[in-house]
Design a protein around this ligand. Structure first.
Ligand SMILES: Cc1cc2nc3c(=O)[nH]c(=O)nc-3n(C[C@H](O)[C@H](O)[C@H](O)COP(=O)(O)OP(=O)(O)OC[C@H]3O[C@@H](n4cnc5c(N)ncnc54)[C@H](O)[C@@H]3O)c2cc1C
Length: 421
Protein backbone atom coordinates (compact mmCIF):
# COMPACT_ATOMS: atom_id res chain seq x y z
CA UNK A 1 0.00 0.00 0.00
CA UNK A 2 1.34 3.46 -0.92
CA UNK A 3 1.19 5.93 1.98
CA UNK A 4 -0.57 9.26 1.46
CA UNK A 5 2.10 12.00 1.01
CA UNK A 6 2.53 14.05 4.17
CA UNK A 7 2.59 17.84 4.20
CA UNK A 8 5.88 19.42 3.08
CA UNK A 9 7.69 22.01 5.22
CA UNK A 10 7.20 25.40 3.53
CA UNK A 11 9.63 28.06 4.82
CA UNK A 12 8.48 31.65 4.94
CA UNK A 13 10.47 33.38 2.20
CA UNK A 14 9.91 36.39 0.03
CA UNK A 15 10.33 34.72 -3.35
CA UNK A 16 9.37 31.10 -3.94
CA UNK A 17 9.72 29.48 -7.36
CA UNK A 18 7.34 26.52 -7.56
CA UNK A 19 7.99 24.03 -10.37
CA UNK A 20 5.14 21.63 -11.12
CA UNK A 21 6.46 18.48 -12.84
CA UNK A 22 9.89 16.89 -12.59
CA UNK A 23 10.23 15.45 -16.10
CA UNK A 24 12.86 16.53 -18.63
CA UNK A 25 11.91 20.21 -18.33
CA UNK A 26 11.30 20.41 -14.56
CA UNK A 27 14.40 18.40 -13.61
CA UNK A 28 16.65 20.42 -15.92
CA UNK A 29 15.28 23.64 -14.48
CA UNK A 30 15.76 22.48 -10.87
CA UNK A 31 19.34 21.35 -11.54
CA UNK A 32 20.21 24.62 -13.28
CA UNK A 33 18.60 26.91 -10.69
CA UNK A 34 19.98 24.79 -7.87
CA UNK A 35 23.55 25.02 -9.13
CA UNK A 36 23.29 28.78 -9.70
CA UNK A 37 21.86 29.33 -6.19
CA UNK A 38 24.51 27.08 -4.67
CA UNK A 39 27.22 29.21 -6.30
CA UNK A 40 25.55 32.48 -5.22
CA UNK A 41 23.35 31.67 -2.18
CA UNK A 42 20.28 33.87 -1.54
CA UNK A 43 18.26 33.47 1.62
CA UNK A 44 15.21 35.26 0.20
CA UNK A 45 14.67 32.59 -2.47
CA UNK A 46 13.10 29.13 -2.19
CA UNK A 47 12.93 26.65 -5.08
CA UNK A 48 10.29 23.94 -4.65
CA UNK A 49 9.73 21.04 -7.04
CA UNK A 50 6.26 19.49 -6.87
CA UNK A 51 6.33 16.10 -8.58
CA UNK A 52 4.20 13.01 -8.10
CA UNK A 53 7.11 10.54 -8.13
CA UNK A 54 10.68 10.61 -6.72
CA UNK A 55 11.89 9.13 -10.03
CA UNK A 56 11.97 10.92 -13.34
CA UNK A 57 10.89 8.51 -16.05
CA UNK A 58 13.15 8.51 -19.10
CA UNK A 59 10.28 8.02 -21.56
CA UNK A 60 12.57 7.90 -24.57
CA UNK A 61 14.04 4.58 -23.47
CA UNK A 62 10.87 2.81 -22.32
CA UNK A 63 10.97 0.38 -25.26
CA UNK A 64 14.05 -1.28 -23.75
CA UNK A 65 12.23 -2.04 -20.49
CA UNK A 66 9.04 -2.98 -22.32
CA UNK A 67 10.79 -5.69 -24.37
CA UNK A 68 11.63 -7.35 -21.07
CA UNK A 69 15.41 -7.36 -21.22
CA UNK A 70 16.14 -4.38 -18.96
CA UNK A 71 14.91 -3.80 -15.38
CA UNK A 72 12.42 -1.00 -14.60
CA UNK A 73 15.06 1.23 -12.99
CA UNK A 74 16.87 1.39 -16.34
CA UNK A 75 14.39 4.16 -17.18
CA UNK A 76 14.30 5.85 -13.78
CA UNK A 77 16.37 8.80 -12.68
CA UNK A 78 16.12 9.31 -8.92
CA UNK A 79 15.40 12.97 -8.23
CA UNK A 80 16.80 12.96 -4.66
CA UNK A 81 20.14 11.79 -6.15
CA UNK A 82 20.06 14.45 -8.88
CA UNK A 83 19.20 17.28 -6.48
CA UNK A 84 21.37 16.14 -3.58
CA UNK A 85 23.35 19.04 -2.12
CA UNK A 86 21.47 21.65 -4.16
CA UNK A 87 19.26 24.32 -2.55
CA UNK A 88 16.11 22.85 -4.14
CA UNK A 89 13.37 21.34 -2.00
CA UNK A 90 11.15 18.57 -3.27
CA UNK A 91 7.57 17.74 -2.47
CA UNK A 92 6.48 14.40 -3.92
CA UNK A 93 2.82 15.13 -4.29
CA UNK A 94 0.35 16.08 -7.03
CA UNK A 95 -0.46 19.71 -7.76
CA UNK A 96 -4.25 19.71 -7.45
CA UNK A 97 -5.42 23.24 -8.14
CA UNK A 98 -3.71 26.47 -9.14
CA UNK A 99 -5.05 29.91 -8.31
CA UNK A 100 -3.23 32.50 -10.40
CA UNK A 101 -5.00 35.44 -8.69
CA UNK A 102 -3.98 34.34 -5.20
CA UNK A 103 -0.67 32.94 -6.55
CA UNK A 104 -1.13 29.60 -4.85
CA UNK A 105 -0.82 25.93 -5.74
CA UNK A 106 -2.91 23.52 -3.68
CA UNK A 107 -1.45 20.04 -3.41
CA UNK A 108 -3.51 16.83 -3.48
CA UNK A 109 -3.28 16.61 0.34
CA UNK A 110 -4.87 20.07 0.66
CA UNK A 111 -1.67 21.91 1.52
CA UNK A 112 -1.52 25.40 0.01
CA UNK A 113 1.80 26.75 -1.31
CA UNK A 114 2.25 30.37 -2.33
CA UNK A 115 4.54 31.30 -5.21
CA UNK A 116 6.45 34.27 -6.56
CA UNK A 117 6.98 32.51 -9.87
CA UNK A 118 5.25 29.31 -11.01
CA UNK A 119 6.62 26.99 -13.68
CA UNK A 120 4.16 24.49 -15.18
CA UNK A 121 6.05 21.53 -16.67
CA UNK A 122 3.51 18.75 -16.25
CA UNK A 123 4.08 17.11 -19.64
CA UNK A 124 1.55 15.16 -21.65
CA UNK A 125 -0.55 12.00 -21.56
CA UNK A 126 -1.27 9.38 -24.24
CA UNK A 127 -4.19 10.27 -26.51
CA UNK A 128 -6.31 7.20 -27.27
CA UNK A 129 -9.05 7.88 -29.85
CA UNK A 130 -12.60 6.53 -29.24
CA UNK A 131 -12.10 3.48 -31.47
CA UNK A 132 -14.26 0.53 -30.28
CA UNK A 133 -12.19 -1.87 -28.16
CA UNK A 134 -8.99 0.17 -28.35
CA UNK A 135 -8.85 1.66 -24.85
CA UNK A 136 -9.76 -1.70 -23.27
CA UNK A 137 -7.21 -3.76 -25.23
CA UNK A 138 -4.25 -1.49 -25.92
CA UNK A 139 -1.28 -0.88 -23.64
CA UNK A 140 -0.15 2.75 -23.86
CA UNK A 141 3.56 3.51 -23.58
CA UNK A 142 3.91 6.46 -21.24
CA UNK A 143 5.45 5.24 -18.01
CA UNK A 144 7.65 2.56 -16.51
CA UNK A 145 4.42 0.93 -15.25
CA UNK A 146 3.18 0.74 -18.88
CA UNK A 147 6.49 -0.80 -19.95
CA UNK A 148 6.25 -3.38 -17.15
CA UNK A 149 2.68 -4.19 -18.18
CA UNK A 150 3.94 -4.98 -21.68
CA UNK A 151 6.82 -7.02 -20.23
CA UNK A 152 4.26 -9.11 -18.30
CA UNK A 153 2.03 -9.56 -21.36
CA UNK A 154 5.00 -10.74 -23.45
CA UNK A 155 5.88 -13.29 -20.76
CA UNK A 156 2.24 -14.49 -20.53
CA UNK A 157 1.92 -14.86 -24.30
CA UNK A 158 5.21 -16.77 -24.53
CA UNK A 159 3.97 -19.15 -21.82
CA UNK A 160 0.67 -19.57 -23.63
CA UNK A 161 2.39 -20.19 -26.98
CA UNK A 162 4.69 -22.78 -25.40
CA UNK A 163 1.61 -24.73 -24.32
CA UNK A 164 -0.04 -24.76 -27.77
CA UNK A 165 0.52 -27.75 -30.06
CA UNK A 166 -0.42 -26.09 -33.40
CA UNK A 167 1.79 -23.51 -35.18
CA UNK A 168 -1.24 -21.48 -36.28
CA UNK A 169 -2.39 -21.04 -32.66
CA UNK A 170 1.15 -20.19 -31.57
CA UNK A 171 1.36 -17.51 -34.29
CA UNK A 172 -1.87 -15.96 -32.99
CA UNK A 173 -0.60 -16.09 -29.38
CA UNK A 174 2.68 -14.49 -30.47
CA UNK A 175 1.08 -11.68 -32.52
CA UNK A 176 2.28 -8.28 -31.37
CA UNK A 177 1.00 -5.06 -32.94
CA UNK A 178 2.23 -1.53 -32.41
CA UNK A 179 -0.11 1.26 -33.57
CA UNK A 180 1.51 4.56 -34.55
CA UNK A 181 4.38 5.01 -36.98
CA UNK A 182 5.94 8.05 -35.32
CA UNK A 183 9.24 7.83 -33.45
CA UNK A 184 7.93 6.07 -30.34
CA UNK A 185 5.97 3.46 -32.37
CA UNK A 186 8.92 2.71 -34.66
CA UNK A 187 11.24 2.40 -31.65
CA UNK A 188 8.83 0.03 -29.93
CA UNK A 189 8.29 -2.14 -33.03
CA UNK A 190 12.03 -2.22 -33.82
CA UNK A 191 12.92 -3.27 -30.28
CA UNK A 192 10.28 -6.04 -30.32
CA UNK A 193 11.54 -7.15 -33.74
CA UNK A 194 15.12 -7.38 -32.55
CA UNK A 195 14.68 -8.77 -29.02
CA UNK A 196 11.63 -11.07 -29.16
CA UNK A 197 13.27 -13.69 -31.42
CA UNK A 198 16.07 -14.03 -28.83
CA UNK A 199 13.53 -14.37 -26.01
CA UNK A 200 11.61 -16.93 -28.05
CA UNK A 201 14.75 -19.04 -28.57
CA UNK A 202 15.61 -18.80 -24.84
CA UNK A 203 12.23 -20.26 -23.86
CA UNK A 204 12.33 -22.96 -26.58
CA UNK A 205 9.89 -21.35 -29.05
CA UNK A 206 10.47 -21.03 -32.78
CA UNK A 207 11.11 -17.34 -33.66
CA UNK A 208 9.34 -18.02 -36.99
CA UNK A 209 6.08 -18.15 -34.98
CA UNK A 210 6.43 -14.47 -34.03
CA UNK A 211 4.05 -12.16 -35.85
CA UNK A 212 4.93 -8.46 -35.36
CA UNK A 213 3.09 -5.58 -37.06
CA UNK A 214 3.46 -1.81 -37.06
CA UNK A 215 0.31 0.03 -38.18
CA UNK A 216 0.37 3.65 -39.35
CA UNK A 217 -2.76 5.41 -40.61
CA UNK A 218 -0.83 7.87 -42.83
CA UNK A 219 0.99 6.88 -46.01
CA UNK A 220 4.45 6.72 -44.40
CA UNK A 221 6.14 6.13 -41.08
CA UNK A 222 8.41 8.73 -39.39
CA UNK A 223 7.01 11.81 -41.17
CA UNK A 224 9.44 14.16 -39.40
CA UNK A 225 12.53 12.49 -40.94
CA UNK A 226 13.94 13.04 -44.47
CA UNK A 227 12.49 10.62 -47.10
CA UNK A 228 15.73 8.67 -47.45
CA UNK A 229 15.80 7.98 -43.70
CA UNK A 230 12.17 6.90 -43.71
CA UNK A 231 13.00 4.35 -46.40
CA UNK A 232 16.02 3.10 -44.46
CA UNK A 233 13.94 2.71 -41.31
CA UNK A 234 11.24 0.78 -43.23
CA UNK A 235 13.89 -1.56 -44.70
CA UNK A 236 15.42 -2.16 -41.31
CA UNK A 237 12.03 -2.97 -39.80
CA UNK A 238 11.40 -5.46 -42.62
CA UNK A 239 14.78 -7.07 -41.92
CA UNK A 240 13.80 -7.41 -38.25
CA UNK A 241 10.63 -9.23 -39.31
CA UNK A 242 8.23 -6.34 -38.58
CA UNK A 243 5.37 -6.07 -41.09
CA UNK A 244 4.66 -2.39 -41.68
CA UNK A 245 1.06 -1.59 -42.64
CA UNK A 246 0.47 2.02 -43.74
CA UNK A 247 -2.36 4.10 -45.17
CA UNK A 248 -5.28 2.72 -43.21
CA UNK A 249 -6.68 3.77 -39.85
CA UNK A 250 -7.57 1.40 -37.03
CA UNK A 251 -11.36 1.02 -37.07
CA UNK A 252 -11.96 -1.39 -34.21
CA UNK A 253 -10.28 -3.93 -31.99
CA UNK A 254 -12.04 -7.21 -31.24
CA UNK A 255 -11.25 -10.82 -30.42
CA UNK A 256 -7.46 -10.53 -30.64
CA UNK A 257 -7.53 -8.72 -34.01
CA UNK A 258 -7.21 -5.12 -35.17
CA UNK A 259 -9.68 -4.21 -37.92
CA UNK A 260 -8.55 -1.57 -40.39
CA UNK A 261 -10.66 0.95 -42.32
CA UNK A 262 -9.64 -0.66 -45.66
CA UNK A 263 -11.00 -4.04 -44.53
CA UNK A 264 -7.62 -5.42 -43.44
CA UNK A 265 -7.35 -7.52 -40.29
CA UNK A 266 -4.16 -7.75 -38.22
CA UNK A 267 -3.74 -10.48 -35.58
CA UNK A 268 -2.92 -8.69 -32.32
CA UNK A 269 -2.84 -10.78 -29.16
CA UNK A 270 -0.82 -7.93 -27.66
CA UNK A 271 -1.56 -4.39 -28.79
CA UNK A 272 0.60 -1.35 -28.00
CA UNK A 273 -0.75 2.14 -28.62
CA UNK A 274 1.85 4.76 -29.62
CA UNK A 275 -0.58 6.70 -31.78
CA UNK A 276 -0.56 10.14 -30.21
CA UNK A 277 -0.21 12.39 -27.21
CA UNK A 278 -2.19 15.14 -25.57
CA UNK A 279 -0.90 17.93 -23.32
CA UNK A 280 -1.57 17.38 -19.59
CA UNK A 281 -5.38 17.81 -19.31
CA UNK A 282 -4.90 19.69 -16.01
CA UNK A 283 -3.78 22.68 -18.08
CA UNK A 284 -7.45 23.27 -18.88
CA UNK A 285 -8.67 22.60 -15.33
CA UNK A 286 -6.08 25.08 -14.04
CA UNK A 287 -7.70 27.71 -16.30
CA UNK A 288 -4.79 28.56 -18.61
CA UNK A 289 -5.41 29.80 -22.14
CA UNK A 290 -4.96 26.85 -24.50
CA UNK A 291 -4.35 26.70 -28.23
CA UNK A 292 -6.15 24.40 -30.69
CA UNK A 293 -4.02 21.41 -29.62
CA UNK A 294 -4.85 22.05 -25.94
CA UNK A 295 -1.33 23.16 -24.99
CA UNK A 296 -0.81 26.29 -22.87
CA UNK A 297 -0.27 29.41 -24.97
CA UNK A 298 3.08 30.98 -24.08
CA UNK A 299 4.98 34.04 -25.28
CA UNK A 300 8.50 34.23 -26.65
CA UNK A 301 10.03 34.07 -23.13
CA UNK A 302 7.92 30.95 -22.27
CA UNK A 303 5.66 32.95 -19.96
CA UNK A 304 2.00 32.02 -20.03
CA UNK A 305 -0.23 34.35 -22.06
CA UNK A 306 -1.35 37.31 -19.87
CA UNK A 307 0.41 36.02 -16.73
CA UNK A 308 3.69 37.73 -15.85
CA UNK A 309 4.51 35.30 -13.05
CA UNK A 310 3.82 31.91 -14.68
CA UNK A 311 6.01 30.00 -17.14
CA UNK A 312 5.00 26.83 -19.04
CA UNK A 313 7.68 24.52 -20.44
CA UNK A 314 7.99 21.27 -22.40
CA UNK A 315 5.13 19.19 -23.79
CA UNK A 316 2.40 21.13 -21.95
CA UNK A 317 3.42 24.44 -23.57
CA UNK A 318 2.50 25.61 -27.08
CA UNK A 319 5.70 27.46 -27.90
CA UNK A 320 5.77 28.80 -31.45
CA UNK A 321 9.11 28.63 -33.23
CA UNK A 322 9.77 32.22 -34.39
CA UNK A 323 11.55 30.89 -37.53
CA UNK A 324 8.74 28.61 -38.77
CA UNK A 325 5.70 29.98 -36.91
CA UNK A 326 4.89 26.37 -36.01
CA UNK A 327 4.39 24.90 -32.56
CA UNK A 328 7.42 22.99 -31.26
CA UNK A 329 6.89 19.22 -31.35
CA UNK A 330 6.64 17.31 -28.08
CA UNK A 331 10.30 16.33 -27.78
CA UNK A 332 12.60 15.95 -24.81
CA UNK A 333 15.26 18.07 -26.47
CA UNK A 334 12.90 21.06 -26.63
CA UNK A 335 11.73 20.49 -23.06
CA UNK A 336 15.38 20.52 -21.92
CA UNK A 337 16.35 23.55 -24.04
CA UNK A 338 13.34 25.60 -22.92
CA UNK A 339 14.12 24.78 -19.27
CA UNK A 340 17.74 25.90 -19.64
CA UNK A 341 16.49 29.15 -21.05
CA UNK A 342 13.85 29.57 -18.33
CA UNK A 343 16.55 29.17 -15.67
CA UNK A 344 18.40 32.14 -17.20
CA UNK A 345 15.19 34.18 -17.27
CA UNK A 346 14.28 33.34 -13.67
CA UNK A 347 17.75 34.26 -12.44
CA UNK A 348 17.51 37.54 -14.40
CA UNK A 349 14.13 38.24 -12.80
CA UNK A 350 15.58 37.61 -9.34
CA UNK A 351 18.08 40.37 -10.14
CA UNK A 352 15.29 42.65 -11.38
CA UNK A 353 16.39 42.29 -15.01
CA UNK A 354 14.10 41.70 -18.02
CA UNK A 355 13.51 38.27 -19.55
CA UNK A 356 14.82 37.30 -23.00
CA UNK A 357 13.16 35.37 -25.83
CA UNK A 358 13.81 31.64 -26.18
CA UNK A 359 15.13 30.72 -29.63
CA UNK A 360 14.82 26.96 -30.19
CA UNK A 361 17.31 25.25 -32.41
CA UNK A 362 16.71 21.69 -33.64
CA UNK A 363 20.21 20.38 -34.34
CA UNK A 364 19.24 16.80 -35.05
CA UNK A 365 16.80 13.99 -34.48
CA UNK A 366 17.50 10.29 -33.97
CA UNK A 367 15.18 7.31 -33.84
CA UNK A 368 16.24 3.81 -32.85
CA UNK A 369 15.06 0.90 -34.98
CA UNK A 370 15.99 -1.90 -32.63
CA UNK A 371 18.41 -1.36 -29.74
CA UNK A 372 21.56 -1.39 -31.89
CA UNK A 373 20.60 0.57 -35.02
CA UNK A 374 19.10 3.96 -35.75
CA UNK A 375 18.28 6.64 -38.31
CA UNK A 376 18.28 10.39 -38.07
CA UNK A 377 20.04 13.56 -39.03
CA UNK A 378 22.39 16.06 -37.49
CA UNK A 379 23.51 19.45 -38.82
CA UNK A 380 21.63 18.65 -42.07
CA UNK A 381 23.57 15.37 -42.52
CA UNK A 382 21.71 12.08 -42.65
CA UNK A 383 23.13 9.51 -40.22
CA UNK A 384 22.07 5.88 -39.95
CA UNK A 385 23.14 2.57 -38.43
CA UNK A 386 25.48 2.34 -35.45
CA UNK A 387 26.57 6.05 -35.57
CA UNK A 388 22.90 7.09 -35.32
CA UNK A 389 22.14 4.82 -32.36
CA UNK A 390 25.36 6.01 -30.72
CA UNK A 391 24.20 9.62 -31.12
CA UNK A 392 20.74 8.83 -29.73
CA UNK A 393 22.17 7.10 -26.67
CA UNK A 394 24.79 9.82 -26.15
CA UNK A 395 22.10 12.53 -26.08
CA UNK A 396 20.67 10.90 -22.98
CA UNK A 397 24.03 10.22 -21.36
CA UNK A 398 24.62 13.93 -21.88
CA UNK A 399 21.26 14.70 -20.28
CA UNK A 400 22.14 12.61 -17.20
CA UNK A 401 25.46 14.44 -17.05
CA UNK A 402 23.81 17.87 -17.34
CA UNK A 403 21.34 17.22 -14.54
CA UNK A 404 23.23 14.79 -12.34
CA UNK A 405 26.92 15.29 -13.08
CA UNK A 406 29.65 12.88 -14.10
CA UNK A 407 28.73 10.14 -11.61
CA UNK A 408 25.22 9.68 -13.00
CA UNK A 409 26.41 9.99 -16.61
CA UNK A 410 29.05 7.31 -15.96
CA UNK A 411 26.39 5.02 -14.46
CA UNK A 412 24.12 5.60 -17.46
CA UNK A 413 26.95 4.97 -19.91
CA UNK A 414 27.80 1.66 -18.18
CA UNK A 415 24.15 0.56 -18.19
CA UNK A 416 23.87 1.30 -21.91
CA UNK A 417 27.04 -0.65 -22.69
CA UNK A 418 25.81 -3.63 -20.65
CA UNK A 419 22.28 -3.69 -22.05
CA UNK A 420 21.11 -6.60 -24.20
CA UNK A 421 20.90 -6.10 -27.96
C1 LIG B 1 7.77 6.15 -25.63
C2 LIG B 1 8.31 7.55 -25.83
C3 LIG B 1 9.52 7.74 -26.50
C4 LIG B 1 10.03 9.04 -26.69
N1 LIG B 1 11.23 9.19 -27.34
C5 LIG B 1 11.75 10.43 -27.49
C6 LIG B 1 13.02 10.62 -28.12
O1 LIG B 1 13.67 9.67 -28.54
N2 LIG B 1 13.50 11.89 -28.23
C7 LIG B 1 12.80 12.97 -27.75
O2 LIG B 1 13.30 14.10 -27.88
N3 LIG B 1 11.61 12.83 -27.16
C8 LIG B 1 11.06 11.59 -27.01
N4 LIG B 1 9.84 11.43 -26.40
C9 LIG B 1 9.11 12.63 -25.96
C10 LIG B 1 9.66 13.12 -24.63
O3 LIG B 1 9.72 12.06 -23.69
C11 LIG B 1 8.79 14.25 -24.11
O4 LIG B 1 8.77 15.27 -25.08
C12 LIG B 1 9.36 14.80 -22.80
O5 LIG B 1 9.21 13.83 -21.78
C13 LIG B 1 8.67 16.10 -22.38
O6 LIG B 1 9.24 16.55 -21.19
P1 LIG B 1 8.34 17.33 -20.11
O7 LIG B 1 9.26 17.72 -19.02
O8 LIG B 1 7.52 18.36 -20.78
O9 LIG B 1 7.30 16.23 -19.59
P2 LIG B 1 7.56 14.84 -18.87
O10 LIG B 1 8.95 14.38 -19.07
O11 LIG B 1 6.43 13.96 -19.30
O12 LIG B 1 7.39 15.20 -17.32
C14 LIG B 1 6.18 15.66 -16.79
C15 LIG B 1 6.23 15.40 -15.30
O13 LIG B 1 5.17 16.10 -14.67
C16 LIG B 1 4.67 15.30 -13.60
N5 LIG B 1 3.32 15.76 -13.33
C17 LIG B 1 2.25 15.74 -14.17
N6 LIG B 1 1.18 16.29 -13.56
C18 LIG B 1 1.58 16.65 -12.32
C19 LIG B 1 0.92 17.27 -11.22
N7 LIG B 1 -0.38 17.60 -11.27
N8 LIG B 1 1.62 17.48 -10.10
C20 LIG B 1 2.93 17.14 -10.00
N9 LIG B 1 3.60 16.57 -11.03
C21 LIG B 1 2.93 16.32 -12.17
C22 LIG B 1 4.74 13.88 -14.15
O14 LIG B 1 4.78 12.93 -13.10
C23 LIG B 1 6.05 13.94 -14.94
O15 LIG B 1 7.15 13.51 -14.17
C24 LIG B 1 9.32 10.15 -26.20
C25 LIG B 1 8.11 9.96 -25.51
C26 LIG B 1 7.60 8.67 -25.33
C27 LIG B 1 6.32 8.47 -24.58
Amino acid sequence: MVAEPTACPIPDVLRRIVIVGGGYAGTTLCARLGRALKRHPRDDVDVLLVETSPCQQALSELDLVAAGTEPADFCELWLPAVLKGLPVRTCFNRAGTIDCDQRTVTLANGQEVGYWRLVVASGAVPAVPPVPGLAERAITMWSVADAQRLQDRIREQMKLAASLPYAEDRRQALSFTVCGGGASGVEMAGTLGQLLPKRAVEVGLDPADLNIHLIEGKAEILPSLPAVQRTRAAKRLARLGVHVVTGSMVQSVAGGDVMLADGGQVPSAVLVWCGGTHADPHAEIWGFTLDESDRIVVGSDSKVHDLADVYALGDVAAFRDPMTGRELPMLAQFAIASAKHASVNLLAELDGKPTAAFVPNLRGEFVSVGPSWGVGWMWKLNVSGIPAIFMKRMTYVLYWWQVGGLRLAWRRGRELLAMQR
